[in-house]
Design a protein around this ligand. Structure first.
Ligand SMILES: Nc1ncnc2c1ncn2[C@@H]1O[C@H](COP(=O)(O)OP(=O)(O)O)[C@@H](O)[C@H]1O
Ligand SMILES: [Mg+2]
Length: 286
């Protein structure tokens, strides 16, 4: 099976598998739409692993240059959604999806989509920092070498710029040729962010980026997220409600493969419309 053929673009819908009504997610107000146009747009998006449906009719707008938090208990489909947004699920033979997922209007699920280019535009940072077993410099230079025709001195500048953007330059500037795996966990995570930034992404997907980090490193990543959203659209999955409240502008609450409620973070945390959302954000389950 080639990587494209797992996509399900047939007329199959989830109608047959949806068994109960769910409330429609909040739609961002018009003024939010003007200030922050939609970067990633999902409408009636469904995803499966084999016969198991992991996401049901997800409708959600991720606004540009904002931080959107995905919250919800384990197994409710948050990572599945992120993985579809840069087509990482192409590597899972049983994974398929239908419905709408667009990045600035371009169909992410299309068989014609250039997946390498998509992954440049949509960067990903994982729970466990995953630097390549290479030098600090080579980690950041990896993507630009792959994607850009670039001179040696421009590459040096880009590596420095990316490490500065990721707020790790001062800690690594004297050891750029040393192995990345020698850095602390928090430094490795910021290096991975620098590696993603170096190829000029539009969207940064962060899947529990702080859950393997100590409080000081977590604080530095949160500060960094504040800085990065001036330029990038950020989606962060977090199980830490305080973190979601601190870093995000929008929050989407996932439960059993559905987006139960989405909207401005303050509203979700202080005046949730849905009982399940309220129970989750107040720590009654999850
Ligand atoms: N590769 C896979 N094959 C089969 N099922 C999977 C796979 N990855 C995830 N799932 C299932 O899909 C559901 C959603 O998983 P996931 O998106 O990882 O949830 P979350 O990130 O919210 O914890 C879970 O029931 C999980 O077991
Ligand atoms: Mg996950």
């Amino acid at each position: 099976m080639n990587s494209e053929s797992q996509l399900d673009e047939t007329a199959e819908t989830s109608e047959g598998t949806v068994t109960r009504e769910v409330p429609a997610p909040a739609v961002p107000s018009e003024s939010a739409e003007v200030d922050h146009p939609t970067a990633l747009c999902l409408a009636n998006f469904n995803a499966w692993y084999g016969d198991f449906q992991a996401l049901h009719r997800v409708t959600l707008n991720v606004p540009e240059c904002q931080v959107t938090a995905f919250i919800g208990p384990s197994g409710c489909g948050k990572s599945t959604l992120l993985r579809w947004a840069n087509r990482m699920n192409d590597n899972i033979p049983t994974a398929r999806a239908n419905g709408t997922m667009t990045l600035r209007g371009v169909d992410v699920l299309s068989r014609q989509m250039d997946v390498v280019d998509l992954r440049r535009r949509v960067g990903m940072v994982f729970q466990k920092p995953n630097p390549f077993p290479k030098s600090i410099y080579d980690n950041v230079a990896f993507g630009p070498r792959l994607h850009l025709k670039i001179t040696r001195s421009d590459l040096d500048d880009l590596v420095e710029w990316s490490l500065k953007k990721a707020a790790v330059w001062n800690e690594v500037k004297d050891r750029l040729r040393k192995p990345a795996l020698g850095l602390s966990g928090g430094q490795q995570q910021r290096l991975c962010i620098a590696r993603a930034i170096a190829v000029g992404p539009e969207v940064m997907l962060m899947d529990e980026p702080c859950s393997a980090l100590d409080p000081a490193s977590t604080a530095s990543i949160e500060d960094l997220i504040h800085e990065l959203k001036k330029q990038y659209t950020i989606v962060i999955v977090t199980h830490n409600m305080q973190q979601a409240a601190r870093v995000s502008d929008q929050t989407a609450f996932f439960f059993e493969g559905r987006v139960i409620e989405a909207g401005p973070t303050t509203g979700i945390f202080t005046r949730p419309e849905n009982k399940q959302t309220e129970d989750y954000v107040s720590g009654k389950f999850g």
